[in-house]
Design a binder for this molecule. Structure first.
Ligand SMILES: Cc1cc2nc3c(=O)[nH]c(=O)nc-3n(C[C@H](O)[C@H](O)[C@H](O)COP(=O)(O)OP(=O)(O)OC[C@H]3O[C@@H](n4cnc5c(N)ncnc54)[C@H](O)[C@@H]3O)c2cc1C
Length: 323
């Protein structure tokens, strides 16, 4: 039995592991050069910077065990349970929540770890999935699309009616991520991250930023690097030319943290499908053609959700193929 998993994000990795654990022949394909998907870490300013997911949290016992294993092997690290709240004018108090984990090698390294024993084919864009099922015209025993709904929709043949219906009509919000590096920390050295909301004293720019993280503190190397995420509406207005939005994102970031010295470098990453606009109750979809759909779209926009979705689909598909 051979299964093709399209998407080497954490959902695809978790799914592929579950399939391989059941003895199935599985291959993971991704259009990107490296695995990780939205758990993206890019080399900037001489070190890796997390440009997608900021951190991960773990509540479900199955994911807690995975995270504890990563921590035990030094791949993941407890970061903080406390962030600041902020308005566009500056930092306010702090808010405590669940423990957030980062990764010294960037969050992508955790997906790479999940995929370590599995065949991954990078730089391979899958163009069509059809009834049968087929992947780019070739028959397989089953196929999994582990990616945002709009990306899956593009691949699904008209003959896959239930699958197309399952992904249709689900909106996804964009985000722009600004990374900026300084020669030395120009903000409070106890700052880990802040959620930005509300209105500034001059009426703006409240709609620009949603979140700022200290990348050096979450990664554990203390590098003076910030990553700021835009709001969805701001990103939507700048999707055609994300770099042009950089100065506004930077000015808003510096204002919140009271930084007056410009950074040495900046970079803007566009996430057209950063997060599902609404949560679903079903953990995955598996139709009559043995075409499965999973990812954070099947739940909420979190790493843990994506992992559990992929794993649950892999386990269900394995037992279906075995029967
Ligand atoms: C800016 C941002 C901030 C976030 N912050 C957090 C956070 O702090 N905490 C948290 O828990 N979660 C956060 N998330 C959400 C988290 O990143 C996602 O929930 C999770 O990474 C989704 O994993 P996935 O495997 O479902 O999808 P993805 O990671 O998107 O993986 C899909 C993969 O499919 C591939 N692909 C798509 N189409 C094709 C094709 N045709 N052929 C081949 N390959 C294809 C893509 O290249 C990609 O690698 C954030 C996301 C973003 C974008």
């Amino acid at each position: 039995m051979s299964v093709v998993v399209v998407g080497a994000g954490i959902a695809g990795a978790a799914c592929a592991r579950a399939l391989a654990a059941a003895g199935l022949d599985v291959e993971v394909r991704d259009r990107a050069r490296v695995p990780g998907g939205r758990m993206a870490s890019r080399e900037l300013g001489g070190r890796r910077v997390d440009l997608g997911a900021s951190y991960l949290t773990a509540r479900d016992d199955r994911f807690v065990a995975v995270v504890e294993d990563w921590v035990g092997r030094g791949l993941a690290r407890p970061w903080t349970d406390t962030f600041h709240v902020a308005t566009p004018d500056g930092l306010g108090g702090t808010k405590t929540g669940p423990l957030r984990y980062g990764a010294g090698g960037g969050l992508r390294s955790l997906v790479v770890d999940l995929l370590s024993d599995l065949p991954v084919v990078p730089s391979t864009e899958v163009g069509a999935v059809g009834p049968g099922p087929t992947v780019d015209g070739r028959p397989v025993d089953a196929v999994v699309l582990a990616m945002p709904d709009p990306q899956a929709q593009r691949l699904l043949d008209d003959g896959l009616v239930a699958e197309r219906e399952a992904v249709a009509g689900h909106d996804w919000e964009p985000v722009l991520a600004l990374a900026a590096g300084w020669g030395a920390r120009r903000w409070d050295d106890r700052f880990d991250g802040c959620f930005v909301s509300g209105t500034g004293s001059d009426g703006g720019p409240s709609d620009v930023l949603g979140w700022i993280a200290d990348d050096g503190r979450r990664r554990g190397d203390s590098a003076p690097v910030l990553v700021a995420h835009s709001t969805g509406p701001f990103a939507a207005a700048h999707l055609d030319d994300p770099e042009a939005a950089g100065p506004e994102l930077l000015a808003a970031t510096m204002r919140v943290l009271g930084v007056d010295e410009p950074p040495q470098w900046t970079s803007v990453q566009r996430w057209t499908y950063a997060r599902p606009a609404a949560a679903r109750d079903e953990p995955f979809f598996l139709g009559p053609h043995r075409v499965g759909l999973c990812g954070d779209g099947w739940g909420s926009a979190r790493v843990e959700t994506a992992y559990l979705s992929g794993r649950a689909l892999g386990e269900r598909l394995a037992s279906q193929l075995a029967g």
